[in-house]
Design a protein around this ligand. Structure first.
Ligand code: AMP
Ligand code: TRP
Length: 334
């Protein structure tokens, strides 16, 4: 894990079990980048982001542990990457405050995710929810990360992080490199209802660790090409979410076959889904198995998080020393 490699940072909310959208949009790419050993890769379970909306405090520790277990099972190998929990490194929150002081309120008000989430939590929209993207910018800048692999829905937040980075640097000196988003080849997986992106809260998701029969029960009735009403109608794979998932998990020859058989109505949607089910399950089965093993050894996962936090706190303190220096803060530490 050489520190001369460019640094990569990404985060995910500890929202219990991950879904196939998280996996194909983000985690699968993380695992590939970790395997390639091209970056100093840091992955963060962002529990301080999770408390911006109503949540169950008693359940959070288990959700964090489950998320860590799933990351490791999904290919974030702790021998080759650093995995940690955001609130174990309080410097994230401190840097977020300083960054908030160079962030215009208007920019935050334009964030799509804020608009959506404030609709869903109408009884009380917290200041924390509003400044969520500033904390996200702090997550990244604290480690001077250059590459940020995310799904499509986070690109707007990344653009804002870049803007905040430029504003801070222009005012206080060049401390932070500008982070670049990196998208997977399937950065947006739609939900099984075809109405919105796949997400746990909408109930339109395939669980990443679901057993094969559960996967099939959910996949079988899933939305496809809305123009294709009968099996004899030719379909258009370009508008079909099932095809998007094929592109992510099926071999190239299968993807070509699916494309041809859909357009010629050679296969019905159920045939196409059966092949997807087989290939998806083949990819997820070893992850499921690994998760099962890790769940039986939570102390191993805790140890990974402990080590991760230790390493990250050291990096974070160093960055904050530079930030204090540049901003004229922290008299006692001079
Ligand atoms: P979240 O669960 O919202 O913290 O998202 C974790 C990661 O998964 C982020 O990089 C998201 O961009 C990505 N992600 C979430 N939902 C989807 C989806 N439906 N399609 C593709 N990527 C997604
Ligand atoms: N906001 C991201 C999401 O909901 C999670 C996140 C927090 C993140 N901090 C980050 C992603 C830093 C990348 C980099 O998916």
């Amino acid at each position: 894990m050489s520190t001369t490699k460019p640094r990569l940072f990404s985060g995910m909310q500890p929202s219990g079990e991950l879904h196939v959208g998280n996996y194909l949009g983000a985690l699968k790419q993380w695992a590939a980048l970790v395997r390639a050993e091209t970056h100093d890769a840091l992955f963060c379970i962002v529990d301080a982001h999770a408390v911006t909306v109503d949540y169950e405090a008693r359940e959070l520790p288990q959700r964090v542990l489950d998320a860590a277990t799933t990351y490791i099972a999904g290919g974030v190998d702790p021998e080759r990457a650093t995995l940690f929990v955001q609130s174990d490194v309080p410097e994230h929150m401190e840097l977020a405050w300083y960054l908030a002081c160079v962030t215009p309120m208007g920019d935050l008000g334009r964030m799509t995710q804020f608009k959506e989430k404030s609709e869903q939590n109408r009884q009380m929209v917290s200041v924390g929810l509003f400044t969520y993207p500033v904390l996200m910018a702090a997550d990244i800048l604290l480690y001077k990360a250059r590459v940020v692999p995310v799904g499509d829905d986070q690109v707007q937040h990344l653009e804002l992080a870049r803007e905040i980075c430029r504003k801070w640097n222009a005012r206080f000196g060049e401390v932070f490199p500008e982070p670049m988003p990196r998208l997977s080849s399937t950065p947006r997986i739609m939900g099984l209802d075809g109405q919105a992106k796949m997400s746990k809260s909408r109930g339109n998701a395939l669980g990443m660790l679901d057993e094969p029969d559960v996967l099939w029960d959910r996949l079988r009735p899933a939305f496809t090409d809305p123009q294709r009403l009968r099996k004899s109608d030719p379909g258009n794979p370009e508008v079909c979410n099932i095809f998007t998932m094929h592109r992510a998990v099926s071999p190239e020859a299968t993807v070509a076959e699916v494309d041809a058989k859909c357009r010629s109505a050679g296969w019905g949607c159920a045939d196409c889904k059966r092949v997807l089910h087989t290939n998806l399950n083949e990819e997820l089965a070893p992850i499921r198995e690994k998760a099962r093993e890790l769940r039986a050894r939570p102390e191993l996962v805790r140890e990974v998080l402990h080590e991760g936090a230790r390493r990250c706190r050291a990096i974070a303190r160093e960055t904050l020393r530079e930030v204090h220096e540049a901003m004229g803060l922290g008299a006692e530490r001079r």
